[in-house]
Structures are given as structure tokens and as C-alpha cells.
Ligand binder design. Structure first.
Ligand code: FAD
Length: 434
């Protein structure tokens, strides 16, 4: 009998498995695909390193400690990655990095800036839960929402600010109002809205982290789990590769797959998890001549500008060795919760609209396309009322000692969130009730 069966070899599953294996547990990881890593996939081709999923990881002390523990050196992003642009009326405007540059920047109108200045004098909301859109319009005004927060939300969640819950999707911001009565006062006191870490990747791209972990753990690829049953003090697992028994099971598969696997344990939980909405994303890799884009991280396109591109990263400027000499590798994002239909467009249609917009925005003459990745269910959306899923996960764990849930639909969507959550998840497994 296995001590712990981990379902899914994304970063959540691998990092939890790492902590447990280190403590002497016999851990077996089941992965349905032929390549491990879940969302973290890197394509190395013709001198290019293409990140098909996450591009950068925002590593704080806890993430750095994890990497040290597993024994992999991070690669730090170039200093220019601090420079980020927002597209507004035909121009790329650098996102202001200080209060003074905010007031000098053309990003917001004079009226828009005055509206932001009123924020410390407004009283907190009495509503128990608001969307990010409602919250930001109320505290900082519509312009700040359109040109600062909404592009940020599409950069992180590919989400719609009017659907996402401020309490669950941007918890730190929500807590500033709760604690200090004002975001500006709170942020100044805590300096809490800063980046909170350093941007990293790895030599050879983000999949190097996955390769590093899988070579030290027991992973069975192409072994999809089909059914899990709870019987007394154990779990019976039916997988493509056979039948297994485990003392504990950690399901890190996405919500919909987790729901499917839970059907024999709790039908109602299974139905609920199946409802979690994932926004689709199209990731397009393109090449332009070196020197034809400004220095920096990339740009975001506010939805109010009427373009289809959500944003573009200047990937070869972030880390060394991402593109051959003389070439600039760009990663384009389209789709998201505000433009989901683009996911079904033919490749040629996507390339032609991406080329048109890249030429308009960057003024480049020639664009070459390398690759297109379709993530039909890319990012779980922490929508209004999302707390019910967290409560459901807690209840399931309480009612089924030895069953644990993890993954980006529960404890934060970034790679760093998944790594941070793995410490607490692994502790729970080690202290399971019998
Ligand atoms: C396009 C894109 C860009 C992103 N950009 C960033 C970024 O720049 N920075 C950042 O921090 N985050 C980014 N993210 C988010 C981040 O990559 C993910 O939230 C994180 O990698 C999720 O990890 P996970 O292990 O929770 O889930 P997943 O990576 O989804 O892993 C779950 C695994 O479970 C497996 N599985 C499912 N069902 C079964 C089954 N029945 N049996 C066996 N295996 C199963 C799946 O095949 C998968 O491998 C991005 C995500 C996407 C899609």
C-alpha cells in the first residue's frame, strides 16, 4: 500500500510530494499526460525557449527557500523587467513606479488622478463581498480601473474585474480596506502593494524546475486516475495502469477533474467543483527583429482600447538565451474571460489579427509566428461567492480523513502561491487524523 497518492504532476502536486518524500513517506504521483508539469510547459526549438504556460515566477523568501531545498538555482529577470507599459490611444505608456511619476504620467487624466487622491477620505464599504470592478470604481474611480487595475487583472487572471471577487482574487487589497479603511493609507503603512519578491525562471526555462523535481520523485506519466473510493482507513484508486491502495490521497488535478474523481466520495461536491469557471487563453509566440521593441517586461492592453491582444511579453529581454542573436521573442496573450470566443479561431485568423495589432502598437514591419498554444481551461476564476469552494474543500477533508485537496483553484493561482501552499498541505497530510 502506498503512503500517499498524489494526483497530478503540476507544481502543486510535485511540491507537496517533495515535502512528503523528504520526510520519508512513500509517495506516488499519477499524471495523465505524457509530459509532467501541468500548466508549466516549455518548448525548446531552433535556439528559442518558448514558455507555453507561466513565463515568470514571483519568488518571495518562501519560494526561494523551497528552490534551495530542492537544489535548483533560479535565474533572475533582467533589471529592465521593472519597466512595464500600458497601451493608451496609440502609445505605450510606462507604468509609473512612484507616486511622483504617477502624477506626472499621461496614463490618467487630471480628473482621474484627482479621483485617486480622494481615496483616503472615503469610508469603507458595508457590503460583505464586491467584485473587483465595483470595489475599484468606488475607491479609485473608473479610469484607474480601466487603465491600471483591469489590465493587471487580465495579466494575472485573464479575468473580468466585474466577475472576480475582490475578497478572494486580490485578498491583500481587500484586507487593506478592512484594516486601514483606505488602500493608499494601508499601502503606505505596509508598503504592501509592491512586487513582493523577485521575478525568476530557470536555465532552459520553467520546465527545468519540473524536470528537476520529477527526476527526484516517483511519477507515473500517462497513468490517468479514473476513480477514487474511500474504504475505512484507505483509498482505492482505479487508474489506467491498474488498481492501487493508499493511506492518503492528495488531489491536485484542476477543479473539474477533481470533481469527477470525487463522484464516489461526495456527489454534491463533485457537482459543485465541476462548476468552477476557467478562462481560456491563447498563447502565441512571435519573433521580430532585435531593437524593434522598447526595453522592459512588456505591455498590457486595457479592454477599453478595443483591441484583441490582452498583452505582450518581451520574453527574450527577461532572461538570457531565450532567442537566437538578433531576434526578439515576444509572447502574446489573447482570449481570457472578456474575449473567450477567440480560443476557437483558426490559427491563420489568430495570426492575422495578432500581426495587425502588433504592427499598429509597436510599429514593427515584419512579424514571424513560431507557435500557438490553446489553453481551453487556463485559469480558474475566483468569482463572487468563491468562498463556497474553499468551505467545500475543508468539509470534504474533515469528513474523509486522509483525503486532501490542493491546486491553483483553491489557494492562489500563481506558481508561487502553489509552492507556498504546499508547505501547509504537506503538514496536513503528515498530521492526518486516523
Ligand atoms: C497560459 C498560462 C500562463 C500563466 N502564467 C503564469 C505566470 O506567468 N506566472 C505564474 O506564477 N503563474 C502563471 N500561470 C498560472 C500557473 O501556471 C498555474 O496556476 C499553476 O502552474 C497550476 O499548477 P497546479 O499544479 O495547481 O495545476 P496544473 O498545472 O493544472 O496541474 C494539474 C495536473 O493534474 C493532471 N491531472 C488532471 N486530472 C488527472 C487525473 N485524473 N489523473 C492524473 N493526472 C491528472 C493534469 O494533467 C496536470 O498535469 C499561468 C497559467 C497559464 C495557463
Amino acid at each position: 500500500m502506498i503512503d500517499v497518492a498524489v494526483i497530478g504532476s503540476g507544481i502543486s502536486g510535485l511540491s507537496i510530494a517533495w515535502h512528503l518524500s523528504k520526510r520519508g513517506y512513500d509517495v506516488l504521483i499519477f499524471e495523465k499526460e505524457e509530459v509532467a508539469g501541468g500548466n508549466i510547459q516549455t518548448l525548446r526549438r531552433d535556439g528559442y525557449i518558448l514558455e507555453l504556460g507561466p513565463q515568470t515566477i514571483l519568488a518571495d523568501g518562501k519560494v526561494e527557500a523551497f528552490l534551495k531545498d530542492v537544489g535548483i538555482e533560479p535565474e533572475y529577470a533582467n533589471d529592465d523587467a521593472k519597466i512595464r507599459y500600458v497601451y493608451k490611444k496609440g502609445r505605450l505608456i510606462p507604468l509609473p513606479l512612484s507616486p511622483l511619476s504617477f502624477f506626472l504620467s499621461p496614463l490618467l487624466s487630471f480628473g482621474g488622478k484627482l479621483r485617486v487622491l480622494r481615496e483616503p477620505f472615503l469610508s469603507p464599504s458595508v457590503k460583505s463581498e464586491e467584485s473587483i470592478g465595483e470595489f475599484v470604481r468606488r475607491r479609485l474611480g473608473k479610469e484607474f480601473l480601466d487603465y491600471v487595475v483591469a489590465p493587471f487583472i487580465s495579466g494575472v487572471y485573464a479575468g473580468d474585474p466585474d466577475k472576480l471577487s475582490v475578497k478572494y482574487a486580490v485578498k491583500k487589497v481587500y484586507e487593506l480596506e478592512q484594516r486601514f479603511g483606505s488602500l493608499i493609507k494601508g499601502a503606505l503603512k505596509l508598503r504592501a502593494l509592491g512586487p513582493g519578491g523577485r521575478l525568476i525562471s530557470f536555465k532552459g526555462g520553467n520546465h527545468s524546475l519540473i524536470e528537476h523535481l520529477t527526476s527526484r520523485l516517483k511519477v507515473e506519466k500517462e497513468n490517468v486516475v479514473l476513480k477514487i473510493r474511500h474504504k475505512e482507513d484507505r483509498f482505492l484508486i482505479d487508474a489506467k495502469g491498474g488498481k492501487y491502495e493508499a493511506r492518503s490521497v492528495v488531489i491536485t488535478a484542476p477543479a473539474t477533474s477533481a470533481g469527477y474523481l470525487l463522484r464516489d466520495i461526495s456527489w454534491s461536491a463533485s457537482e459543485e467543483f465541476d462548476k468552477v469557471y476557467y478562462a481560456p487563453i491563447l498563447v502565441v509566440h512571435a519573433v521580430v527583429e532585435k531593437g524593434s521593441v522598447p526595453r522592459g517586461f512588456g505591455f498590457l492592453v486595457p479592454r477599453v482600447e478595443g483591441k484583441r491582444l490582452l498583452g505582450v511579453l518581451f520574453s527574450s529581454q527577461l532572461f538570457e538565451g531565450r532567442a537566437p542573436e538578433g531576434k526578439e521573442l515576444l509572447t502574446l496573450y489573447l482570449g481570457g474571460a472578456t474575449d473567450p470566443e477567440v480560443i476557437d479561431y483558426e490559427d491563420e485568423r489568430v495570426y492575422s489579427l495578432a500581426e495587425k495589432e502588433l504592427k499598429e502598437i509597436l510599429g514593427v514591419q515584419k512579424v514571424e509566428f513560431l507557435n500557438l498554444t490553446r489553453w481551453k481551461k487556463a485559469i480558474p476564476q475566483y468569482t463572487l461567492g468563491y468562498g463556497k469552494y474553499l468551505r467545500l474543500a475543508e468539509t470534504l477533508e474533515e469528513e474523509n480523513p486522509g483525503l486532501f485537496l490542493a491546486g491553483n483553484y483553491l489557494y492562489g493561482i500563481s506558481v508561487a502561491d502553489c509552492i507556498r501552499a504546499s508547505y501547509e498541505r504537506a503538514e496536513r497530510v503528515m498530521h492526518k487524523r486516523t
